[in-house]
Design a protein around this ligand. Structure first.
Ligand code: SAM
Length: 321
């Protein structure tokens, strides 16, 4: 149902047909069916009832890692979406120019699409003669699957760069990956409840479309604040409340015409529907611009910029320490 829920007109037609089929055994006569739509009060009461029922029956997957591993399998089609590429460009631009030897943290890297963006960008620019220190990219994620895909994607790129690298002063970027569950970070001084880095390690931190899926986003934000160096940059994002995830699907369908791409787009949308359902039952939280800025400031950051991206469905914030 999530595909039609994104489109109120299509949803209404479907609901009318369902209601007609429950009441009659004749073919749906179209708009002339004369079905009455219940009042707002009744709809809201029923909605509360349904949410309670879903909350009980759709208890969150015991294993989030399994959920995300399955989701990430469908994720690579996103690279073909112009909206997603524009989103990555914005996130990358907000991260700012990287100094030689910059340390970049990608918190919740998934299959490493932001890392790919960084590799492409830093290597397409001509290296200044003094640029001899390699950039170091560190990816963190809950899933082995995401980290393995990220490593594969990044190594593929580094290999492609090898012939170019020989002609340049700068060595190829360093790559590191860690398996971490951000929901275990709770500010407790015990090492197990912290990210495995010292204070002020990173120049740039990207946390793209991750906070919404944590039970304790504040725990991660406080840790990101601790490991960012003073003067460093944090770029963080979230889908906005009531977002329309189908823009990504429509956009990739417009841009790609192969049957495989269409099927991949559909699969991604189905998976995104599950995320939306978890948001509706209150297990995930999508943040508005004000809400996201609020939790980022609560963790000690200064917020500099706030944008809408990904077909205006996601909030992106640039902050600093
Ligand atoms: C929507 S994907 C975003 C991936 C990537 N940052 C991007 O923008 O393309 C959400 C990512 O958050 C990761 N994630 C979800 N819960 C997590 C947790 N508790 N600890 C660490 N990573 C988590 C998932 O494994 C997944 O890779």
């Amino acid at each position: 149902m999530h595909e039609v829920r994104e489109n109120p007109q299509a949803a209404r037609q479907v609901f009318e047909q369902v209601a007609w089929a429950c009441l009659h055994d004749t073919a749906y006569p179209g708009e002339a069916a004369g079905l009455r739509v219940p009042g707002k009060k009744l709809i809201l009461a029923q909605n509360r009832c349904e949410r309670d029922r879903m909350r009980r029956s759709e208890a969150p997957a015991a294993d989030e890692a399994e959920f995300w591993s399955r989701y990430l399998r469908k994720y690579s089609i996103l690279e073909k979406s112009a909206d997603y590429r524009a989103y990555l460009d914005l996130v990358g631009r907000l991260c700012g120019a990287m100094r030689p030897g910059a340390l970049v943290l990608d918190a919740g890297c998934g299959n490493g699409l932001f890392g790919l963006w960084i590799l492409r960008e830093t290597w397409q620019r001509p290296a200044p003669a003094h640029d001899s220190a390699p950039l170091v990219y560190v990816g963190l994620d809950l899933t082995q699957r995401g980290l393995a895909d990220a490593l594969g994607n990044h190594l593929g790129w580094r290999q492609k760069l090898h012939p170019v690298a020989k002609t340049r002063a700068a060595p190829a970027p360093g790559l590191q990956y860690f398996l971490v569950d951000f929901d275990r970070l709770d500010g407790n001084p015990a090492a197990a409840a912290r990210l495995p880095f010292q204070e002020g390690t990173f120049d740039v931190i990207c946390c793209s479309l991750v906070l919404s899926y944590l039970q304790r986003p504040q725990g991660l934000l406080r840790e990101l604040h601790r490991v960012l160096r003073s003067g460093g940059t944090l770029v963080v994002s979230s889908m906005k409340p009531n977002c329309d995830l189908s823009v990504i699907y429509r956009d990739s369908i417009m841009a790609n015409v192969t049957a495989d791409d269409i099927e991949a787009g559909r699969n991604l949308l189905r998976a995104a529907g599950k995320i939306k359902l978890k948001e509706e039952i209150g297990y995930y939280t999508f943040f508005s611009q004000t809400e996201l800025a609020g939790i980022v400031m609560d963790a000690g950051f200064n917020v500099f910029e706030s944008h809408l991206s990904l077909g205006e469905q996601a909030v992106v914030i640039k902050a600093g320490k």
